[in-house]
Design a protein around this ligand. Structure first.
Ligand code: LHQ
Length: 258
């Protein structure tokens, strides 16, 4: 199986599973990932997703053995399979944690950047490897990178295709945290559990608000915040959060109400 999906209490653990190829992506894997995300979103007991890779790499991007000798239009056709995955990950109404356990190259780097909270092992690195093979960053690279690290770094990373160590990626704001290798998965599980115990409706609305801020003017964003805040205020989680504050106790958020 090219991916492994484990249902854990409160969250789904999805593991890219072609370790002998550093989890290089195929069309089959993209389809399996989309199906796993759809299934996570449809299952009301699932409140977060954790994505990681098996073996020593996170994901080496497109499986290059599959594109040798294909026509240029077929490269575009391949992206027709990957783009819906990136969109789905980004818009999933559940928090998505990515634990980058090793090198994340090409589309693999941008798959990670499409997630909500990215943590990486200190030994991991991010490489916009595309220019090395005469291609451009895809799977959202030209969209995520400048927004995360600014245009100066985005241009250099895309053009030079140099690896960025996890610690630098964290320092630059490309990812949330670099974590000692032996602590990566325990910390990633703890993050997923913490998010799974969070106010699911508010977390989904936070994603929406931040996404829409990419294109909104301030006045539009303030209007959106007003509307989404009303929605959040209607959730039982808000009532519980407020009650817990006044009672001086930790909140116990209820099941997904969507
Ligand atoms: C691989 C791969 C790989 C197959 C390592 N494919 N086998 C999307 C859609 C449509 C079209 C085009 O593009 C895209 C987006 C893209 O993602 S394009 C960019 C694709 N990725 C790359 O260019 C990265 C290629 N890989 C590398 O540069 C290195 O493998 C990195 C820097 C990731 C890791 O280097 P090492 O740690 O030294 O490992 P390695 O190179 O020895 O790889 C281990 C094995 O994995 C090796 O196989 P072998 O049989 O020799 O043990 C590699 O051939 C295989 N592998 N990446 N993308």
């Amino acid at each position: 199986m090219t991916i492994l999906v484990e249902t854990r209490p409160g969250y789904r653990l999805i593991t890219l599973n072609r370790p002998e190829r550093l989890n290089a992506l195929t069309v089959e894997m993209a389809a399996a990932l989309i199906a796993a995300l759809d299934s996570a979103a449809a299952d009301k007991s699932c409140r977060a997703v954790l994505l990681t890779g098996a073996g020593r790499g996170f994901c080496a991007g497109q499986d290059l053995t599959a594109i040798a000798g294909i026509e240029p239009e077929e490269i575009g056709d391949l992206l027709d399979h990957y783009n819906p995955l990136i969109e789905k990950l980004h818009a999933l109404p559940l928090p998505v944690v990515c634990a980058v356990n090793g090198v994340a190259a090409g589309a693999g780097a941008n798959l990670a950047l499409a997630c909500d909270i990215v943590v990486a092992a200190r030994s991991a690195s991010f490489v916009q490897a595309f220019a090395r093979i005469g291609l451009i960053p895809d799977c959202g690279g030209t969209w995520f990178l400048p927004r995360l690290v600014g245009t100066a770094r985005a241009r250099a990373l895309a053009m030079l295709a140099e690896p960025v160590p996890a610690a630098t990626a964290a320092e630059w704001g490309m990812i949330w945290q670099a974590i000692d290798d032996d602590r990566l998965m325990p910390e990633a599980y703890a993050l997923a559990v913490r998010l799974a115990g969070g106010p699911t409706a508010a977390l989904a609305l936070i994603k929406r608000a931040l996404d829409e801020s990419e294109v909104n003017e301030l006045d539009e964003q303030l209007d959106l915040e007003r509307d989404l805040q009303e929605e959040a205020a209607e959730s039982p989680d808000h009532a519980e959060g407020l009650r817990a504050f006044l009672d001086k106790r930790a909140p116990v958020f209820g099941p997904r109400a969507d």
